[in-house]
Design a protein around this ligand. Structure first.
Ligand code: TXA
Ligand code: MG
Length: 347
């Protein structure tokens, strides 16, 4: 693909100044013209493009090197517009009223008159919709005047970006601009819930936890997230329920070893610690010194990138255990899910 100069457009998290407005408008004009613009959300940076344009969506798949059968999330500026993109039922309306804007993506059935490009949903009958919480993201989508696809702004299979620098490390020269609002406050991708059939299912755990969803829906009839060990191998089938949830994903260069409580003899590993680290590791990077789940989520991807750049034999990850009951404890399920993928055997 052709190389272009990627511009960095700085904007505040809550864009209010005239400079912010100019940056948002410039980014929005690029999106409206079919170009690719990475944008900040509360979870991770997304690779934004006009979801109604087949050509723009094709450019997203090309820039990421993403398999065409892995569908994209469509981002709307507010809940009202988000619910209009698909056939939203009462469950969707209830969840939207509680969790939008916010880190929840709902998979719903496409409408007959759906304007979203077929390629964005990988030709499938459902569409994933999300309304991000970050004001800068919503200002951009609103100004662009179209729903925007927004896969994480990394090359396919790489670690998701939580800063504009991460985006540029993967996509410099492949996108027109990155709207830079600083580091993402949540740090792991949105929870994905499948509402396309009678049985609801969480396809990807995130900061909106299964307990929060169960409490909201008043039901226990919500299948938990798929464990990475149970996931089907990437065998080229086109009918995976959520193709982005293949076992091996988020792959760093170094091998990843989970639940590490002590160094392995003869191996120089960097430890991602969660709370006080055991002695003897070559290097220690701290997810959260006092074992706070939200802080660890915020730091996870940046530390994985740092760890991957070190001259070590591998990355060890401490057990993600809490010293005491913590209302945020379930967020650790999202970290365990992503780390499980990072540690999965490579294809
Ligand atoms: O937090 C997020 O969701 C970020 C930010 C940028 O919004 N976006 C993101 O997009 O994580 P992506 O493309 O990296 O992950 C989307 C996930 C993939 O696992 C994909 O397979 C799944 O959602 N997905 C998308 N559309 C789907 C659909 N119609 N049915 C089932 N799964 C779907
Ligand atoms: Mg991704």
């Amino acid at each position: 693909m052709t190389s272009e100069t990627t511009r960095r457009l700085k904007v505040a998290v809550d864009p209010v100044s005239a400079d912010d407005r100019r940056a948002v408008d410039e980014a929005a004009a690029l999106v409206a013209a079919g170009r690719l613009v990475a944008f900040p959300t509360e979870t991770v940076y997304g690779l934004g493009a006009d979801a109604t344009s087949a050509a723009a969506v094709a450019r997203v798949y090309a820039a990421k090197g993403r398999p065409a059968r892995n569908p994209l999330i469509v981002h709307a500026p507010d809940a009202e517009q988000g619910l209009r993109i698909a056939r939203a039922d009462d469950r969707a309306r209830l969840l939207a009223s509680l969790f939008w804007p916010g880190p929840l993506t709902m998979v719903m059935n496409r409408r007959a008159d759906c304007r979203i490009a077929d390629a964005a949903t990988a030709g499938g009958p459902t569409v994933a919709v999300r309304v991000p919480a970050l004001s800068a993201a919503r200002a951009l989508i609103k100004a662009a005047g179209v729903p925007m696809v927004g896969p994480s702004a990394n090359r396919s299979g790489h670690v998701s970006p939580t800063t504009a620098d991460h985006v540029l490390a993967d996509l410099n020269g492949r996108i027109a601009a990155v709207l830079d609002a600083g580091p993402c406050p949540v740090g792991v991708e949105s929870t994905v819930i499948d509402l396309s059939g009678p049985q609801m299912r969480v396809l990807r755990p995130g900061a909106v936890t299964i307990s929060m969803l169960r409490a909201a829906l008043g039901t226990d009839d919500l299948a938990g997230s798929l464990d990475s060990a149970d996931l089907p191998a990437d065998d080229g089938l086109s009918a995976l329920p959520s193709p982005g949830m293949l076992g091996s994903h988020y792959a760093p260069r170094h091998a990843v070893r989970l639940d590490a409580t002590a160094p392995l003899p003869g191996r120089r590993e960097v430890l991602l610690a969660f709370g006080p680290p055991p002695p003897g590791f070559a290097r220690v990077l701290q997810l959260s010194a006092d074992a706070r789940p939200r802080e660890a989520a915020r730091r996870l991807y940046a530390l994985l990138r740092t760890a991957d750049g070190l001259d070590v034999d591998g990355i060890a990850v401490a057990p993600l255990q809490l010293p005491a009951a913590d209302p945020d404890g379930e967020i650790l399920a999202a970290l365990a899910d992503r780390l499980g993928r990072a540690a999965a055997p490579r294809d």
